[in-house]
Design a protein around this ligand. Structure first.
Ligand code: NAD
Ligand code: ZN
Length: 389
């Protein structure tokens, strides 16, 4: 089959690779019909993760048709259309039983080794390095889905791929990030980053009752989308200082909650080389988690900082003094995608939201290397790419 493989920093290629096979009775094989590129993929493309190997298949936002089933999978049938959560979860451990699906204890076969090096281990994720289990991803024609009896969600008739594809990751991620803001009626929420995650974070903050959402980015098309699609007020951080602007917009008090939907973004800051130096030691530090720092400093006293943005390793100079003395709460994590499938597909079915508004590019799988380039550099007004294998 054809698959998009990582070969090094800023180097991805469409290769011919062996088809995936059922390895376990709980596996399924999916023929992929739609698959997206995520901001999280850019961290791998940028070379921030030293546990990638040349030839690893990328991609964790994918859906398609069930073509093969292990003997233990009874919840779906051959031919069913399904979406696949990006988080791999066994469905029966301490964490899965507590609805904390992205913290599953049984989904990372490399946990024993990762824990020795890092002191903890992340759970399994598709297409996301050997740190998270070394699973082949879904920017491919086919993928193997482990724990398919908990990790496949059947799509009701009448919904298109584009309406449901983002239930794999970014819609629940934005939604959970907004839930993590603990929004009360009348609240003002500030969101750093108007990429796909930020867009759904903004939309969800309104769904959950925010009165005002203030969106911060530097890319005009992304700010425009936040304003036009969700009604957000916007700040271009290249034109005005977000800290000052937020103070002014909130009568000096600061937003009730602040969301960092940026994470380890360092594109164009010259930090790529910096990461190369430190990554061997697995200490992925940056001296510029700008959005996170600004979020902590801007948040009103007693407020909440929600961090869907992805970090690996250490970040430097987090303003812990402000965090402590202002009595802030921080909530973060990989998204518990399984928890949100039903409530969010209901919102899609009843017409409250059509997540496809986020898509700016529809390309063939063969065009994926070009797609990574335009998504990373925000060229051609690119906000979200869907690949069609
Ligand atoms: P993206 O790269 O498309 O968007 C990031 C946006 O942040 C860009 O528009 C960029 O211009 C903006 N930005 C950069 N520096 C900024 C700053 N200092 N202030 C304000 N804006 C700034 O990525 P995305 O797909 O939207 O993902 C966003 C983050 O969410 C990434 O870190 C990604 O890894 C993470 N993510 C987390 C989860 C989860 O489960 N927690 C899931 C998916 C993605
Ligand atoms: Zn993603």
């Amino acid at each position: 089959m054809k698959a998009l493989c990582w070969h090094g920093t800023n180097d991805v290629r469409v290769d011919t690779v062996p088809d995936p096979k059922i390895l376990n009775p709980r596996d399924a094989i999916i023929k992929i019909t739609s698959t997206a590129i995520c901001g999280s993929d850019l961290h791998l493309y940028d070379g921030y993760n030293p546990t990638m190997k040349p030839g690893d298949i990328l991609g964790h936002e994918f859906m398609g048709e069930v073509v093969e089933l292990g003997s233990a999978v009874k919840n779906v049938q051959i031919g069913d259309r399904v979406v696949v959560p990006f988080t791999i979860s066994c469905g029966s451990c301490f964490f899965c039983n507590r609805d904390l699906w992205s913290l599953c204890d049984n989904s990372n076969p490399n946990a024993w080794m990762v824990e020795k090096i890092m002191g903890y281990s992340p759970s399994g994720l598709f297409g996301y390095s050997h740190l998270t289990g070394g699973y082949a991803g879904g920017q491919a024609e086919y993928a193997r889905v482990p724990f398919a009896d908990t990790g496949l969600f059947k799509i009701p008739d009448g919904l298109t791929d584009e309406q449901v594809l983002f239930l794999t990751d970014i819609f629940p991620t934005g939604y959970m990030a907004a839930e993590n803001c603990d929004i009360k009626p009348g609240d003002t929420v500030a969101v750093w980053g108007c990429g796909p995650v930020g867009q759904f974070g903004i939309k969800s903050a309104y769904m959950l009752g925010a009165e005002r959402v203030i969106a911060i980015d530097r890319v005009p098309e992304r700010l425009k989308m936040a304003k036009e699609q969700s009604g957000a007020e916007v700040i271009n951080y290249e034109e005005i200082d977000p800290g000052e602007a937020l103070k002014e917009m909130t009568g000096g008090r600061g937003p009730d909650s602040c969301m960092d939907a940026v994470g380890m973004e360092a594109h164009g800051t010259g930090l790529e080389g910096f990461y190369d130096e430190v990554k061997q030691a697995l200490r992925l530090e940056t001296d510029r988690p700008t959005a996170l720092r600004q979020a902590i400093v801007a948040c009103r006293k007693g407020g909440t900082v929600s961090v869907p943005g992805v970090y690996t390793g250490f970040v430097d100079k987090v303003p812990m003094g402000a965090f402590m003395n202002k009595g802030l709460t921080m909530k973060t994590g990989q998204t518990h995608v399984h928890r949100y499938f039903r409530p969010l597909i209901e919102r899609i079915q009843n017409g409250e939201i059509d997540p496809s508004y986020i898509i700016t590019h529809r390309l063939k799988l063969e065009e994926a290397p070009h797609a990574y380039e335009i998504f990373k550099h925000k060229k051609d007004n690119c906000i979200k790419v869907v690949l069609k294998p």
